[in-house]
Design a binder for this molecule. Sequence first.
Ligand code: CMP
Length: 149
Amino acid sequence: MAIERTFTIIKPGALQRRLVGEIISRFETKDFRILAMKTMRISLEIAEKHYSEHIGKPFYEPLLKYMTSDPAVVMVLERENAIPSLRKLAGATNPDSAEPGTIRGDYGVTTKKNIVHASDSIETAVREISIFFKPEEIINYSDSLKEWY
Ligand code: CMP
């Protein structure tokens, strides 16, 4: 299995609900390594760029409003098979369909006020990471976990 990088947004609703620590803890428990992380107010320009594939959909405007309403935490995560692993951990977009034990299944309330975003392919992850992070903000390091025990 290949080592992959993926991108996630812990969305404004999760930050306001004080769920950031809980969600990051789930990433670490699942062996994701944090390469970059910051709290930011997502500008309209960045939100439009990030969600350009959804232009014209009925939920597009409310989505932009939600994503720019309050700060969010954005992260670059790395592990083997990171893209599908994070999608599985996040659960289905609609929290009613998301399995218990997934982040959306346990904490999601509505699809519109979804609490995390996770890249859906390697190409998407590369594109999304480049929207939110400069290359020098991403810290590359090797996994030395076994040496700490
Ligand atoms: P996210 O994973 O960030 O990617 C696109 C977002 O659009 C999604 O999470 C939801 O927040 C939102 N979204 C997708 N489908 C719908 C829908 N049918 N109704 C409302 N919001 C949606």
